[in-house]
Design a protein around this ligand. Structure first.
Ligand code: ZN
Length: 188
């Protein structure tokens, strides 16, 4: 196993924590001098916070540990290509290298839609490696979305059933009014 694979496995461990919470499984670690100085996983729904992406959490932790907003000579490992917010934060933090697992053609800003990490116009460019343990990273996401579709379908069916069963008492009420009317009619 290469060093990149070893740390990507650590990022996958973080992604599993997100998965356990029912969050899109994305994980991240930041490494400095062969030591992990920050970890993070996606908690966007749990925290109800747009900023709760794996990379932002890992950057926050790493900065705290380093006592500096600059994360020079650090390598960030992330299981999925960063979005525009995280790619921006990576450039802002002056992170030296980013190693990513799967690409994200619908939202990725590390080469898919934009390449914020390597824009020559910015004052900092990141070295980028793509496709490290891509199969494992993609598989985790594929399984998650497959399960989510099943869950959504079951929930939809359950909602329909609830709506149906709530209609029954209404019907019974109507019937009882009808019965009462009949009884009163019989009295006269
Ligand atoms: Zn992000």
């Amino acid at each position: 196993m290469t060093q990149d694979e070893r740390y990507m496995r650590e990022a996958l461990k973080q992604a599993r924590k997100a998965y356990a919470l029912g969050e899109v499984p994305i994980g991240c670690v930041i490494v400095y001098q062969d030591k992990i100085i920050g970890r993070g996983y996606n908690r966007r729904n749990t925290d109800k916070n747009t900023l709760a992406h794996a990379e932002i959490t890992a950057i926050n932790r790493a900065s705290k540990k380093m006592g500096d907003w600059r994360l020079e000579e650090c390598t960030l490992y992330v299981t999925l290509e960063p979005c525009q917010m995280c790619a921006g934060a990576i450039v802002q933090a002056r992170i030296t290298e980013v190693v990513m697992g799967s690409m994200n053609p619908k939202a990725g800003c590390g080469g898919s839609i934009l390449n914020i990490l390597e824009m020559p116009e910015f004052n900092h460019q990141v070295q980028v490696k793509r496709g490290v343990l891509a199969e494992e990273c993609t598989q985790m996401l594929t399984i998650f979305f497959k399960e989510l579709r099943v869950r959504n379908k079951l929930e939809k069916e359950a909602t329909k059933e609830r709506a149906f069963s709530e209609q029954i008492p209404e019907k019974k009420k109507e019937e009882s009014v009808e019965m009462k009317g009949k009884m009163e009619y019989n009295k006269t």
